[in-house]
Design a protein around this ligand. Structure first.
Ligand code: ZN
Ligand code: ZN
Length: 455
């Protein structure tokens, strides 16, 4: 299978490329990137006969293949061609809650959002704390997955926070990081030992930082709005004290640490100072924490309920600054599907979390690219290159020759409205339904195969 992507603005920060170029893809790999690339040139040395001589493409927007050695020519003129986006933080719900999301539906939503790889968090039913669960996820992905799935394994057995999970076994089975996400690891000694193992196996710890004794019973950010609404608040400190603890443990053990869904100014200050000292710490921000504040809770919409909660305007400003200056290197969704009946409960009782795979890129383009806060290369770094580097995903996050042919093609000016019935995810719990967004993935290519496209 050979694809030729022509005339797009190719942005690949890993190789310093930003220009109108063509890309030739063969057998799931990037073969060549350059000007005037033609399928025939690259295969001139090969005696392989054409597989589809004379065949004409019927797809809209395609040119007729300029050479008989190419299966499809994709005209990307006017579009942006970037390394396939990687979402480090997704809840796929399979196994256990297939009514909310499955590996099939979640990866289809990812493809639609421009993601070619996603990491799935281990708080499924059963949790991913053994090789058999990891293997199940990878086998299901082989069968029905639209994009690559990299599982994250549990830190503690059963996510109970008492004993370590079989970390070596999880890594050997294919886990690329460790987390008890959904829950924090409250026991500092257990976290220390997890970090020592993580160092041994060279996988990052990806903790959900929350001190439960401070957060207990809270349903939204603790501040003026929670006081006015009469809801129990979750103070910023409940996150920051755990970020501080984990930074100190990472500094002590040398373990690579990636902080999930950073939401407060205090956490950012701690991460920034630690990075200056050379601690191996990185962090991620979600589009919703970068765009919404606790004011969104005022209409009691349970799609404004997530953990960590939507914070104050000052926190959002600090988070934006951190994403812009690179203190926060990654944008990830924390895609958390929930059944409608559960989200339709009263605010106090509804579960935390929202979906995000199909809106993340468009929200970032709308709010950051079109308002000139982030350039396209900066967005590619935060949504593809940095995740690949932190997770040590070889041959991903770049379009250099020899890299995996995971490619996202973006129309930065395409305007669209988020409509519930258009969402591929099985769950529809998004606060962005009805929003008009500018910019969209229009084609997603995984291992050299077009897995999603729109005209
Ligand atoms: Zn979490
Ligand atoms: Zn999560």
């Amino acid at each position: 299978m050979r694809l030729l992507i022509t005339g797009g603005r190719v942005i690949d920060p890993a190789s310093g490329v930003d220009g109108i170029l063509d890309i030739l893809v063969e057998d799931g790999q990037i073969l060549q990137v350059g000007q005037g690339v033609q399928g025939s040139e690259a295969s001139a040395s090969s005696a392989e006969p054409s597989r589809d001589q004379g065949k004409k493409s019927k797809r809209l927007g395609d040119q007729e293949a300029s050479t008989t050695n190419v299966d499809r020519v994709i005209d990307a003129s006017g579009k942006i061609v970037v390394p396939g986006l990687i979402d480090m933080h997704v809840h796929l719900r399979e196994p256990g809650r297939e009514d909310e999301e499955t590996i099939a539906s979640g990866t289809a939503a990812a493809a639609r959002g421009g993601f070619t790889s996603i990491c799935c968090m281990p708080n499924t039913e059963p949790v991913n704390d053994t090789a058999s669960v990891t293997e199940y996820i990878l086998e299901q992905t082989q069968k029905v997955g639209r994009v690559h799935v990299f599982p994250i394994g549990c830190i503690s057995r059963g996510q109970q926070g008492k004993e370590l999970a079989e970390i070596g076994e999880l890594v050997a089975a294919g886990c690329v990081g460790l987390s008890d996400d959904g829950k924090p690891v409250m026991d500092a000694e257990l976290m220390r030992r997890a970090m020592e193992y993580a160092t041994m196996f060279d996988v990052p710890l990806v903790p959900h930082c929350e001190d439960l004794s401070l957060a207990a019973g809270g349903v939204m950010h603790e501040g003026r709005v929670s006081t006015e609404l009469g809801f129990k608040g979750i103070p910023s400190a409940s996150e920051a004290v755990m970020v501080g603890r984990d930074i100190l443990l990472s500094e002590y053990t040398g373990a690579p640490l990636h902080i999930c869904h950073v939401s407060t100014g205090e956490s950012i200050r701690l991460i920034r100072e630690a990075r200056r000292r050379g601690v191996r710490v990185s962090g991620e921000a979600t589009p919703h924490h970068l765009i919404l504040t606790d004011e969104a809770v005022r209409d009691f919409n349970t799609n404004a309920k997530m953990n960590p909660p939507l914070r104050s305007a000052e926190d959002v400003a600090a988070l934006r600054e951190a994403v812009i200056d690179g203190t926060i290197e990654v944008i990830a969704t924390d895609h958390a599907p929930h059944a409608r009946a559960e989200k339709e409960m009263e605010f106090d009782y509804a579960p935390f979390g929202i979906i995000g795979l199909e809106t993340a890129l468009s929200l970032i383009l709308t709010e950051f690219y079109h308002s000139r806060l982030l350039t396209l290369p900066m967005i590619v770094e935060r949504m593809a290159l940095s995740p690949a580097r932190i997770l040590k995903l070889k041959h991903k996050g770049t379009l250099a020759a020899g890299a995996d042919a995971d490619v996202t093609i973006i129309d930065p000016d395409r305007e669209w409205i988020v409509e519930e019935q258009e969402l591929t995810s099985k769950s529809k719990n998004s606060p962005f339904i009805g929003w008009k967004l500018k910019g969209k993935a229009v084609m997603t290519i995984v291992a050299g195969q077009v897995v999603w496209e729109t005209t």
